[in-house]
Design a protein around this ligand. Structure first.
Ligand code: FPP
Length: 232
């Protein structure tokens, strides 16, 4: 790709799997499977584009309210992906990381997540961050409580709080993409996305392809980021 300016951290809200499936008369879970295949392809493309951090919103703290069968199906997809694809992801030079609360996730999935993190911890071409059981407000609350539990008293600065976010070393997302035409952040990276550029596309996530990624990156490359300052 030929962009002048590539985001260091690209974040994507994977949306539209259900509608993609419904349009084809398929069960919702088939949409999630197609979404998973798309994600596998995207890790490679994102790396090729020179992006250093890639995070995806795969399961929110609110997604537990979906029908039990869909939640169980998603957990199985996560298991499958993390168990079967760790070596391929490692071979890409990618380090797998997770962001989110670990409390409600099945113990065997948690074990697979720990193994994937450990197995890929020395990779440094790309940090691939899966946000599972993630919510932006819960993250800020968890950080406040952890800060308090650490013995901190008195005024809290942004730097104090940041140290207790889930992944304090990861730079804020430069670009957040949401697929499927919805125009919301839905509790994703609330603290971190304060100055992110936002990009929305009508494409359902399983249809988001290399050309769609290129279009988003070209759009980003043309943006002027001011962080609240004046126009140059
Ligand atoms: C949103 O589409 C998508 C999800 C809630 C699940 C995303 C999960 C995957 C793509 C599988 C990824 C697997 C790993 C290992 C990260 P939706 O169901 O809300 O779609 P809709 O709005 O059209 O109903």
């Amino acid at each position: 790709m030929s962009e002048k300016r590539v985001p260091e951290h690209l974040a994507i809200i994977l949306d539209g799997n259900g509608r993609w499936a419904r349009r084809r008369g398929l069960p919702r879970l088939m949409g999630h499977r197609a979404g998973l295949r798309k994600l596998e392809e995207m890790v490679h493309l994102v790396k090729k584009a020179g992006i250093r951090y890639f995070s995806v919103y795969a399961f929110s703290t609110e997604n537990w309210s979906r029908p039990e069968m869909e939640v169980a199906g998603l957990m199985s997809l996560f298991r499958y992906y993390i168990r079967r694809k760790v070596e391929a992801i490692k071979a890409e030079g990618a380090r797998i990381r997770f962001a989110g609360r670990r409390d409600r996730l099945p113990p065997d999935l948690l074990e697979l997540m720990r193994h994937a993190e450990e197995r890929t911890k020395d990779e440094s071409v790309l940090d691939f961050i899966l946000c599972i059981n993630y919510g932006g407000r819960p993250e800020v609350l968890d950080a406040v409580n952890a800060l308090y539990a650490s013995g901190h008293r008195g005024t809290v600065t942004e730097a104090d709080l940041r140290r207790f976010l889930y992944l304090p070393d990861v730079p804020d997302p430069d670009l957040v993409i949401r697929t499927s035409g919805e125009l919301r952040l839905s509790n994703f990276w609330l603290w971190e996305a304060a100055y992110s550029e936002l990009y929305f596309t009508e494409a359902y996530w399983p249809d988001f392809d290399e050309a769609a990624l290129r279009a988003a990156l070209e759009d980003y490359a043309g943006r002027e980021r001011r962080y609240g300052g004046l126009k140059a």
